[in-house]
Design a protein around this ligand. Structure first.
Ligand code: UD1
Length: 387
């Protein structure tokens, strides 16, 4: 049987790594007379993320097999990215003719490839189905809703996601609660990541012109920021407000390590604030970090300020106080109300939310089935569905 999996952007790589390994383990455990149960796995990279640090570094660090095909879509508007992916993916599907297409997460590749496969009559399975922010201003929310609506098998990370899907009319035979596949990667890589020397890792990744900044990045002695959502970084007034607030906060409280996403860097540079940030004595700007570098920061910092989805989950499992600069989250299981470490805030509430997080203990919380064994469960579920 032939399965085709799709990845496009950085968070997808973290989710596909354990899935690839689980397929290999499944094949390795087959006896010669079980040949019919052997999975031929084809991995397609749409090329939405293409920089070494946003893509290749993750394949290497997480032992992801080289993609069989790269569609080289690159950057562009949403319409361009989705449209180009569909155009390139359609003949690939016709040529490879898989029995099943597997998509992960909520990026443009997820939407484009699930719709294209479904239109060709090929069954689709969605890993990380059922997450909802209920905010249609977020491109990922549109991607999630459309992907789930065309998927045959909905593999969910928690029961809140199951409820969302039932509410939208999906039936129980489509919904499979399997747990959170990101945590498979976290558990596998945790020891290696936490063992890195934080000080040295940050120094090696500093953006140019900051070599004179030296900070003692001991446990709990620094905070981390990541921001990349259009809603936070595309509006100049808001971005300026955030930068000023962070300047003030770092002076008053802790040094900040800020691995900067290409979108954010572009907007900060365009606005002419990059020099000022590089000169901030207590803000350490780094290039995008690899998986282990980011996990190391998460495990050792005092708190994280973010707008990422995956980080909210990783903070929850590691117990890191997390402030999410958004009005909503598609991952409510990570919120403090549900036992997690995550607090939502808008820009006006940010100083207060940071203050609360600064005084919060590191309290790890592991939701049901976030146990590091989600990928083998997914392979079992998909095999059962094929029987
Ligand atoms: C995408 C996902 C988002 C995910 C994020 C993780 C969608 C709709 N969004 O957003 O859900 O959280 O990835 O990073 O799919 N760029 C580079 N090098 C690259 C890739 C991008 O420099 O390798 C720059 C380009 O200038 C591009 C900008 O970053 O215009 C944004 O990239 P894009 O793929 O459009 O979306 P992300 O913001 O990364």
């Amino acid at each position: 049987m032939k399965w085709l999996s799709v990845v496009g952007a950085r968070p997808n790589f973290i989710k596909i790594a354990p899935f690839c390994r689980a397929i290999e383990a499944h094949n390795a455990a087959l006896s010669p007379r079980d040949r019919a149960r052997r999975i031929e796995h084809v991995l397609v990279h749409t090329g939405q993320h293409y920089d070494d640090r946003m893509s290749h570094a993750f394949f290497t660090a997480l032992d992801i097999p080289r993609a069989d095909l790269n569609l080289n879509i690159g950057s562009g508007s949403h319409g361009e990215q989705v449209g180009r992916t569909m155009i390139e993916f359609e003949p690939v599907l016709a040529r490879i003719n898989p029995d099943l297409v597997i998509v992960v997460g909520d990026v443009n590749a997820t939407l484009a490839c699930s719709v294209t496969a479904r239109k060709q009559g090929i069954p689709v399975a969605h890993i990380e189905a059922g997450l909802r922010s209920h905010d249609m201003g977020m491109p990922e929310e549109i991607n999630r809703i459309v992907t789930d609506s065309v998927s045959d098998i909905l593999l969910t990370p928690d029961h809140l996601a199951d409820e969302n899907l039932r509410h939208e009319g999906h039936t129980d035979d489509q919904i499979r609660f399997v747990g959170n596949i990101m945590i498979d990667t976290l558990e596998r890589e945790r020891a290696r990541a936490t063992g890195l020397n934080t000080q040295r890792m940050v120094a090696e990744n500093l953006m140019a012109d900051q070599t004179d900044k030296s900070h003692d990045l001991r446990d709990d002695a620094f905070a981390v920021i990541t921001l990349h959502r259009p809603s936070n970084v595309d509006d100049q007034t808001k971005l300026k407000h955030i930068v000023e607030l962070l300047h003030f906060w770092s002076q008053q409280h802790l040094p900040l390590v800020w691995p900067i996403h290409p979108r954010t860097l572009k907007n900060i540079s365009r606005a002419g604030w990059l020099r000022r940030l590089l000169d901030e004595p207590r803000i350490l700007l780094t290039r995008p970090l690899d998986y282990h570098g980011m996990l190391n920061l998460n495990a050792h910092c005092r708190l994280i300020l973010t707008d990422s989805g995956g980080l909210q989950e990783e903070c929850c499992v590691l117990g890191t106080p997390c402030v999410t600069l958004r009005d909503n989250t598609e991952r409510p299981i990570t919120l403090t109300d549900n036992g997690g470490t995550n607090r939502l805030t808008d820009i006006d509430g940010l100083p207060k939310a940071l203050h609360t997080a600064l005084n919060a203990p590191r309290e790890p919380f592991t939701p049901e089935l976030w146990d590091g064994r989600t990928a083998p469960r997914i392979v079992d579920e998909l095999m059962q569905a094929a029987d």
